[in-house]
Design a protein. Structure first.
Length: 212
């Protein structure tokens, strides 16, 4: 089992420039992507080739595909270290991508992916989805996908830095913290545990002993 650092902040990069570039305020994702979501949904809604129900369905599909993308990245990319690829380069890549977050889960400034990475990925994925769906159908779909990402970053911040004592956030906080503490090969969903149920990665709850 991995050990967890007791301090709330560490150092992700030895290089000072990379360290500065990797420190991101959690408000950055909504500032960057919510205007994009609004534009994509609005441009789709006024396009005569799309009906309102089709816009809503494509938007919902985008959100759903994001939840699966989030799960796949978390399980099969961020946690690929358990497949015994333990060379120095792999260890460094894992540390930068996700291992640091497990060592310092309460680090405020290294909780969010840097914008130069997210923008590059967003542009690449948009053109990939456009090849698959074509215009104008890609717009509401990618609007939902981008909103799913923003929700992911918001939920991830909340479960690490806010009390989340009631409701859905309370459940998601407990689910995610189980992943951090004792179940690193389970509970990969952050915004939704649905894929953990479907793909059988829910943590097994200890059985209660029967009262004598």
């Amino acid at each position: 089992m991995r050990t967890h650092k007791t301090s709330q902040a560490g150092r992700l990069h030895e290089n000072n420039v990379l360290e500065v570039l990797s420190a991101v305020h959690p408000a950055v994702p909504p500032i960057l992507f919510l205007p994009l979501v609004a534009y994509l949904v609005y441009s789709a809604s006024v396009n005569p080739a799309l009906t309102l129900p089709s816009v809503l369905v494509l938007f919902a599909c985008g959100v759903t595909v994001w939840t699966l993308t989030e799960y796949v990245i978390h399980r099969y990319l961020y946690h690929v270290y358990h497949v015994r690829l333990r060379g120095p380069l792999h260890q460094h890549l894992y540390h930068v991508a996700h291992g640091y977050h497990h060592d310092y889960p309460a680090d405020f400034w290294h909780l969010v992916m840097p914008p130069h990475v997210t923008v590059t990925l967003a542009v690449s994925l948009y053109f990939l989805f456009r090849l698959l769906f074509g215009e104008p159908w890609v717009r509401p779909f990618f609007g939902g996908f981008a909103l799913g990402y923003v929700c992911y970053e918001a939920v991830h911040f909340a479960v690490h830095h806010l009390p989340c004592r009631r409701g859905v956030l309370s459940y998601l906080r407990k689910h995610h913290l189980r992943h951090h503490f004792g179940h690193e090969q389970n509970a990969f969903g952050v915004t939704s545990p649905v894929w953990d149920y479907i793909l059988r990665s829910m943590p097994v709850r200890p059985q209660r002993r029967a009262s004598p």
